[in-house]
Design a protein around this ligand. Structure first.
Ligand code: ZN
Length: 359
C-alpha cells in the first residue's frame, strides 16, 4: 500500500513538473487600453533561423507575450537545400498551436535588401508569395494591397550602416509620403538607435522593439543579464488581432528593453503614473515628512535630479517600495524628477512630478 502511494505521488509530481509555466509580465498600462506584449521580428528554419515554428509559439507563451509575428526572409533561405521554399509554411505550421495557447499570431515576412532601403517587416499580410518579386517598390505596393503594417528594421545595423547612425534615404521618404512606412525599430536584438526616436516623432511612425531572434530565445536572453526579451508594448482597445493592428497604425506603442522603456511623452507619462504610487505621509516631525513610493511593474524606475530638501537620486526597484523622506514643503508642492530609464527622445528622458497622497 505504502509503495503504491509513493508511486502515485511520484507520478502526480512528475505530471505537475511537466507542466510548462507562463511568466506573468507586469508592465504599465495606458488608461482605457490593454497592454499587449509583442515581438514582431522572429525567424525560423524557413529562413535563417534554427528553430521550428511551433517552438516560437511555446517560447512566446512562456515569455508571457500576447502576440508574435514570424518574419522569415523572403529572399534569404540558407537551409533551402534541406527545407523547401514555402513562404507561408511557418505560419501554417504555427497557427493551430497559437490558437491553442491564446497567442495572437500575425502573418508577416521580412523584405530583405541592401541599404537603402535595408530590411523591412511587413505584418498582417495574407499572401507572402505575392511579395516575392525583384522591384522593391512593387513588393511594398503588394504588401500595402494586403493591408500591411510595414516597419523598417535595425536602421543602424553596422553591416549595412557602418557608423551605426540611422539615416533616412529618399526611398524611405517616398514610402512615408505614400503612407507605406508605419514604424521603425528603435531596438533590435541587443542594440538601440537613439535617433529613431526623433525620426518616428517627426514622421508620426510607431516605435518598435523586437528580438530578431534566430536561435533559441532562452539562450539569447539569459539571466541574470536579462529578465525578459526585448518587446514592443502595444496599447490596444482589446486583446484581438484587429485591435492590435489598429493600435500599431495609431502609433500607440512603447519599447521595453533591459531596464528601459522608450515612448513618447504623451504615452510615457501615463505609463509611469499607472505603476508608481505615492502613499500619504505616515510621519511628520515638523520639518520633514516620510511617505512610501511603490512600483507595481517589472520595470525599475530610476529617478534623478531631485529637488532641494529631497533625495537627489531614487531608484524604485521592480515590484518594490521605498521610503522617501523630504522637506515638509512637499506637502504643498510636488517633487520633480527625471526618470533616467524612460526615454522620450534622442536626448531626453521623462520628467515627472510626485506628490505624497493626501491624508
Ligand atoms: Zn530579421
Amino acid at each position: 500500500m505504502k509503495t503504491k502511494l509513493i508511486i502515485i505521488t511520484a507520478l502526480l509530481l512528475g505530471t505537475m513538473s511537466l507542466q510548462a509555466q507562463r511568466q506573468m509580465v507586469n508592465v504599465p498600462e495606458l488608461p482605457g487600453y490593454v497592454t499587449l506584449k509583442c515581438d514582431f521580428h522572429i525567424h525560423t528554419v524557413f529562413s535563417d533561423g534554427n528553430v521550428w515554428p511551433t517552438n516560437r509559439v511555446s517560447e512566446a507563451w512562456r515569455d508571457g507575450l500576447d502576440a508574435i509575428a514570424i518574419t522569415d526572409h523572403i529572399e534569404y533561405q540558407p537551409h533551402k537545400q534541406y527545407i523547401p521554399t514555402d513562404h507561408s509554411a511557418a505560419w501554417k505550421i504555427a497557427s493551430a498551436m497559437a490558437a491553442d495557447n491564446n497567442i495572437i499570431l500575425v502573418m508577416g515576412t521580412e523584405i530583405t535588401r541592401g541599404m537603402p532601403p535595408g530590411h523591412l517587416n511587413a505584418l498582417f499580410i495574407t499572401d507572402p508569395d505575392l511579395l516575392a518579386t525583384d522591384d522593391f517598390m512593387k513588393v511594398v505596393e503588394a504588401a500595402m494591397a494586403q493591408g500591411a503594417f510595414i516597419h523598417w528594421n535595425h536602421p543602424g545595423w553596422k553591416s549595412q550602416q557602418p557608423d551605426g547612425i540611422p539615416r533616412m534615404y529618399d526611398v524611405h521618404r517616398e514610402m512615408i509620403a505614400k503612407g507605406w512606412l508605419h514604424g521603425i525599430e528603435y531596438f533590435n536584438g541587443g542594440e538601440y538607435y537613439p535617433l529613431v526616436m526623433d525620426m518616428c516623432r517627426e514622421n508620426k511612425l510607431a516605435l518598435i522593439g523586437n528580438s530578431d531572434t534566430h536561435g533559441v530565445i532562452s539562450e539569447e536572453y539569459t539571466a541574470p543579464r536579462y529578465s525578459h526579451r526585448p518587446m514592443t508594448l502595444v496599447f490596444a482597445k482589446e486583446r484581438t488581432a484587429e485591435s492590435l493592428k489598429e493600435a500599431l497604425f495609431a502609433g500607440r506603442t512603447a519599447v521595453w528593453y533591459g531596464d528601459n522603456l522608450a515612448a513618447f511623452e504623451e504615452i510615457a507619462l501615463p505609463l509611469f503614473r499607472s505603476v508608481i504610487t505615492a502613499g500619504a505621509p505616515y510621519k511628520d516631525d515638523g520639518t520633514r515628512i516620510w511617505f512610501e513610493l511603490c512600483n507595481s511593474s517589472d520595470i525599475p524606475m530610476k529617478l534623478s535630479g531631485g529637488p532641494e530638501g529631497a533625495p537627489a537620486m531614487l531608484t524604485v526597484p521592480a515590484r518594490s517600495m521605498v521610503i522617501v523622506r523630504a522637506d515638509r514643503k512637499y506637502l504643498s508642492q510636488p517633487l520633480t524628477y527625471n526618470v533616467d530609464n524612460i526615454i522620450t527622445g534622442s536626448d531626453s528622458v521623462l520628467k515627472v512630478e510626485i506628490s505624497p497622497a493626501k491624508k
